[in-house]
Design a binder for this molecule. Structure first.
Ligand code: EPU
Length: 430
């Protein structure tokens, strides 16, 4: 089983290039099958979740040409089935965007129920509510979401809670519905805006994405386009926090600094320096960092996908910090793994009380989900000695060449497959 091995203690230094946003790309790849012309998508991250989705749309008949690792051409004219189900797609979350895309285009979709990281209960009631209001009959049968409409018609939808997934999914379906749709209490995340921009470049008529009211005028069909995915806010944030946690100095390139403001603000609070450029940010981690507090919120608040990573920073800061998780109900499982490395964290309900320690010590830990896994890598980079992280397939779902990018910043990290590789790494890293 492949794992990361890390020899901690190096302050990261240098420059790193951020790839396309995974969670935008999931919506964008699904949207691409809605046209009967070629859609070229660039700046795609080469990560498992995206590759599985691309394989799945190819599996239902879409014509897919992989131009290079980050660019794909998709033509939905050849889609021959509305039934999307395979062993891999079951494990991902973004599969549910195929419901919106297929329902919009064919007024029928049968898509396996979404998997994704185990970070608490993840209902899809708001997706179902949205599709139902557009006139679809939606059932959960044999592990599938089955949605069908005689005619998809625009509707006035008020989400009961802010959800990225349901906002994007309803936007997809409503783009090809008859008449006007209004989504109230919509999610405002940058990836919602990116999917809306991409749909508009295919001829959709979506206004207001990025605010909490999105208005969609249904159009008869969508056409081909060329589109480049926005930079990944969470990958960028993870490298920014890696620089801070290791007390390093890293220029994080190809980012939209505006999307990172909640993260930048926290870095200032703990006493790091952040320099902002047009499309880059430099983070300089001060040797002594202060405690603070954070609450995860919907955009533009602090993102839940950066919660485990900021906990690592707080765990090495002076004083006691608090981390409140408001989005998912079970996103602190990684705390037990951090504790094995010497962190002092007490979880009470949705709040983690983090007492700063002087340092971590290397240990064998498990990546329990994507962002928790990334946080353990950050902890390993700061720890004295060797850390091994199992189940790195979670991390590879959302971080492209994570180990190689970190190596380029001076980190001593490798993927190893067996004990012999591990021993070889340790001899080399001494
Ligand atoms: N929710 C409902 N009902 C619904 C939909 C959501 O109650 O029908 C709840 C969820 O259980 C959660 C909250 O609403 O408590 C927010 O869920 P949201 O729909 O916004 O999240 P998601 O679509 O399941 C996406 C990302 C997550 C990211 C969240 C929040 C994808 C594939 N996943 O999940 O990304 O944490 O938005 O920003 O886009 C990750 O990349 O590591 C990841 C988990």
């Amino acid at each position: 089983m492949k794992k990361y091995i890390i020899k901690g203690g190096t302050a990261l230094a240098g420059e790193v290039e951020i790839g396309g946003a995974k969670n935008a790309a999931l919506g964008i790849v699904a949207a691409a099958i809605m046209a009967d012309e070629t859609v070229t998508i660039d700046n795609l991250p080469d990560v498992t979740d995206i590759n599985v989705l691309i394989d799945t749309i190819e599996g239902i008949g879409a014509t897919v040409e992989r131009v290079n690792r980050h660019c794909v051409k998709i033509n939905g004219r050849t889609v021959a089935s509305v039934h999307a189900d395979n062993d891999y797609i079951k494990k991902t979350r973004g599969s549910y965007y195929l419901v919106g895309a297929l329902l919009g285009k064919f007024e029928k979709a049968e898509v396996t129920l979404p998997g994704g990281c185990n970070i608490g209960s993840r209902p899809i009631d708001q997706h179902i509510k949205g599709f139902s209001m557009l006139g679809a009959d939606v059932k959960i049968e044999y592990g599938m979401i089955v949605a069908e409409a005689e005619k998809l018609c625009g509707a006035h939808i008020f989400f009961d809670r802010v959800t990225v997934g349901a906002t994007i999914n309803v936007m997809l379906a409503a783009s090809l519905a008859q008449g006007n749709t209004i989504i109230e209490n919509a999610a405002k995340e940058p990836h919602v805006v990116d999917v809306a921009n991409m749909l508009n470049s295919m001829g959709a008529n979506i206004k207001g994405a990025g605010t909490d009211v999105i208005r969609i005028k249904g159009v008869a069909k969508l056409h081909g386009t060329e589109y480049s995915v926005i930079p990944d806010q969470i990958e960028a944030g993870t490298f920014m926090f890696a620089a801070a946690a290791t007390r390093g100095n890293v220029l994080v390139k190809n980012v939209i600094p505006k999307h990172l403001e909640a993260l930048t603000a926290k870095l200032y609070e703990v006493g790091c320096s952040v320099e902002e450029y047009d499309d880059a940010v430099r983070v300089i981690g001060n040797p002594v960092q202060k405690c603070s507090q954070v609450q995860t919120l919907v955009y533009p608040g602090f993102p839940t996908d950066m919660q485990p990573q900021i906990t690592v920073i707080f765990a090495l800061a002076q004083g006691t910090s608090t981390v409140t998780e408001n989005i998912f109900d079970n996103r602190f499982k990684y705390v037990d793994e951090l504790t094995k490395m010497g962190a002092k964290i007490r979880v009470e309900g949705n709040i983690a009380v983090v007492e700063g320690v002087k340092g971590f010590t290397g240990a064998s830990v498990n990546a329990l989900d994507l962002r928790a896994g990334a946080a353990l890598v950050l902890a390993g980079l700061c720890a004295d000695g060797y850390t091994t992280i199992d189940d790195i397939h979670y991390i590879q779902r959302g971080y492209e060449k994570f180990d190689e990018k970190l190596q380029s910043l001076g980190a001593v990290i490798e993927i190893v497959d067996n004990d012999r590789d591990e021993q070889r790494f340790k001899l080399k890293a001494v």
